[in-house]
Write a protein that binds this ligand. Structure first.
Ligand SMILES: [Zn+2]
Ligand SMILES: [Zn+2]
Length: 301
């Protein structure tokens, strides 16, 4: 019988405010192993509603250091600890992770002391700790984790000037999922996605994003509009990701980290992916917060 291999979406949004989508974050569930991938604003608050106990997440990996991928880390450390963790969280990622964790732990140092005093003997001191492993990253997928049948690989993507920025490939039970992280169209993502069962990608809809910029400008916020005009230069667009999914022969495509950051609205989501099915014939879905998507073996290998 196939083992559980799912991706649980905590936050499917981008930095722009949305009533429905939190900052980037998801959990790879592979058998008994839960891996947190990124933890942007609000993502930690989604873990329990998504049906997962934070203490059951012992591994966290990060794609890059933009705030919409990391600012809920201290809340996650706290939730994991108070929900019963008895061993340190293990963090893996490219350069910068130790600095990030050291800073977040410093910010919540007093909180940890206060809660320990509130609840003597009830909170395990190891559960609030974090062990960081930084790895170097290259254009081709390289494994940095292999436990209980789950293999995690990283590869560099193009989110310049964010360096390093990485994507991940997870392999388990004869299936694979690739998570693009934030990226432009790049060969390393195309190569990593070759023949994968599920590709989860960043995506910007150029027409909808241009409309969004015009709305912002019409509200008198021309400085923000001018910043937003730079955004398409460092994110893959819907046409590019669809062509990549086709060229890589992926089994199924899920878009997350949406630009613009849509509300949960069927009509707008349909508009976001309009025309994509003309290019790529596999299933195309837009992830929503709290959704659980199973990594299914692709049908036409
Ligand atoms: Zn982002
Ligand atoms: Zn980013």
């Amino acid at each position: 019988m196939a083992q559980a291999f799912d991706v649980v979406f905590l936050g499917t949004g981008s930095p722009l405010p949305s009533p429905d989508r939190c900052g980037c974050g998801c959990i790879i569930v592979a058998g008994n192993t839960n891996v947190l991938v990124d933890c942007g604003y609000g993502a930690a608050r989604r873990i329990v509603p998504a049906g997962i106990i934070p203490a059951q997440i012992d591994v966290a990996i990060f794609t890059h250091m933009h705030t919409d991928h990391i600012t809920d880390v201290p809340d996650f450390i706290n939730q994991r600890w108070v929900s019963g963790a008895t061993k340190p969280l293990r963090v893996f990622g490219p350069a910068g992770k130790q600095k990030m964790i050291t800073g977040f732990l410093m910010a919540i140092e007093d909180d940890i002391r206060f809660r320990t005093a509130h609840h003597p003997g009830k909170l395990h001191p190891q559960g609030a700790k974090v062990e960081v492993t930084e790895f170097t990253v290259s254009q081709t997928p390289e494994a940095f984790f292999a436990e209980e049948g789950l293999v995690l690989e990283s590869f560099e993507v193009d989110h310049f000037p964010v360096v390093p920025a990485v994507g991940y490939r997870a392999k388990f039970d004869g299936r694979s999922v690739v998570l693009s992280g934030d990226t432009n169209l790049c060969d390393s993502l195309l190569n990593a996605a070759q023949g994968t069962d599920l590709l989860i990608s960043d995506a910007l809809n150029p027409a909808m994003f241009a409309q969004y910029i015009e709305r912002v400008r019409s509200m008198g916020r021309s400085n923000v509009a001018s910043i937003l005009e730079d955004v398409p230069s460092y994110h893959i667009n819907t046409q590019e990701v669809t062509q990549l999914a086709r060229d890589a022969g992926v089994g199924s495509l899920v878009l997350s980290h949406l630009l613009p950051n849509l509300p949960n609205n069927d009509e707008m989501e349909a508009a976001f992916k309009a025309g994509m099915s003309d290019i790529y014939s596999g299933p195309i879905r837009l992830a929503r917060d709290l959704q659980r998507i199973t990594v299914e073996k692709r049908v036409n290998p």
